[in-house]
Design a protein around this ligand. Structure first.
Ligand code: GUN
Length: 288
C-alpha cells in the first residue's frame, strides 16, 4: 500500500496566503486591522512555544497582537477582569486563554468569561453548543484544521466509519461532532476502552488525539485508512537526543494507511491557521 502524506504545512501556507490578502483588503475598508489577544499565564514551556507561534503567524497575516503574559500567581479575579475589559475593547476581535493555566486557576471559568463572539478558540459553552446543534459559530481550531486537511485531500467521509481516540474538549469531542456533521458513523474511544485495536482496525478515518507518543501502531490500522495524528510529543531517546513524535507510530503505520499526517508538518500548522481564520471571521462580523 502506498501512503499519501497529508502536508498540513503546505495547506496552512496556502490558506494563510489567502487570509493575508483578505486582511489587507478588509483592513483598508475598516480603517483598522483585526486584533487578537492571547492571555498566557505562568511559564509553561510548551505554552511559550505555542504563544510565540501564534503571534508570529498573526503578525505575518496582518493581525495586531494584544497579548498579555501574566505571573503564575495572578488571581483568578484579576484575569477575569482583564477578559471583561478585552470583551469591551473594539480593537480586539479575538481573545484566547492559553491552556493549561497554572494550578489554582480555573481555566474553564476564564474561557467562559470570553464573549462568545470573540471566542476564537471555539471553547465557550455557547460555541460548543452551536457545534452540537449544527449551527454556525466559532469552532475550535485543531478540529477545524483536521477537517480542512480531510477536505483538501478529498477523502470521502459520508457513510464512513470514523474512530476518534481521545475525548478532550479541545480536540476529541468536537472532531467527532464535525465528522458526524459530514455523515460519518462516529465511534469515540478513550483510555478505558477495552480492546482498542479491535475498534481502530475498523476505522476508515482514524483520528488520534491522546497525547501518548507513538501508541497507534501499524497492526491497529485498517489498510487504506486515513490516519490523522493530532499528537505532538517531545521524547528523549536513549542517546539523550530529543525529537517530536505524534501519537501514531509513523514508521509502522506508513505503508498501511492510505493517507497519513506527519508530525511535525501535519495538523500542527493548521491549528494556528484556523485561529487566524476565526479571528478574521470575528473581525468581519465586527466591521459589518
Ligand atoms: N493549549 C494547547 N492547544 C491549545 C489551543 O488550541 N488553545 C488553547 N487556548 N490552549 C491550548
Amino acid at each position: 500500500m502506498s501512503t499519501l502524506l497529508l502536508d498540513g504545512k503546505a495547506l496552512a501556507q496556502k490558506i494563510q496566503g489567502q487570509l493575508t490578502e483578505e486582511v489587507r483588503i478588509l483592513s483598508q475598508k475598516a480603517g483598522r486591522a483585526p486584533g487578537l489577544a492571547v492571555i498566557w499565564v505562568g511559564d509553561n514551556p510548551a505554552s511559550k512555544a505555542y504563544v510565540g507561534n501564534k503571534e508570529k503567524a498573526c503578525t505575518k497575516v496582518g493581525i495586531v497582537s494584544f497579548s498579555e503574559h501574566l505571573e503564575a500567581d495572578t488571581p483568578q479575579e484579576k484575569l477575569e477582569q482583564l477578559i471583561v475589559q478585552m470583551n469591551d475593547d473594539e480593537a480586539i476581535d479575538g481573545i484566547l486563554v492559553q491552556l493549561p493555566v497554572p494550578e489554582g486557576l480555573n481555566g474553564s471559568a476564564l474561557t467562559q468569561r470570553i464573549h462568545p463572539d470573540k471566542d476564537v478558540d471555539g471553547l465557550h459553552a455557547v460555541n460548543l453548543g452551536k457545534l452540537v446543534r449544527g449551527e454556525a459559530g466559532l469552532r475550535s481550531c485543531t478540529p477545524s484544521g483536521v477537517m480542512a486537511i480531510l477536505q483538501e485531500a478529498q477523502i470521502p467521509l459520508a457513510g464512513k466509519h470514523a474512530v476518534v481516540v481521545g475525548r478532550s474538549v479541545l480536540v476529541g469531542k468536537p472532531i467527532g461532532l464535525m465528522l458526524l456533521e459530514k455523515n460519518c458513523t462516529v465511534t469515540y474511544t478513550h483510555s478505558q476502552t477495552p480492546d482498542l485495536a479491535k475498534l481502530t482496525q475498523e476505522a476508515d478515518i482514524l483520528i488520534v488525539a491522546v497525547g501518548r507518543p507513538e501508541m497507534i501502531t501499524g497492526h491497529m490500522v485498517k489498510p487504506g485508512a486515513a490516519v490523522i495524528d493530532v499528537g505532538i510529543n517531545r521524547i528523549t531517546d536513549y542517546e539523550g537526543n530529543t525529537r517530536l513524535v505524534g501519537d501514531v507510530d509513523f514508521k509502522s503505520v506508513l505503508s498501511v494507511a492510505g493517507w497519513l499526517t506527519p508530525v511535525p508538518g501535519g495538523v500542527g500548522p493548521m491549528t494556528v491557521t484556523m485561529l487566524i481564520s476565526n479571528t478574521v471571521e470575528s473581525f468581519k462580523q465586527s466591521i459589518k
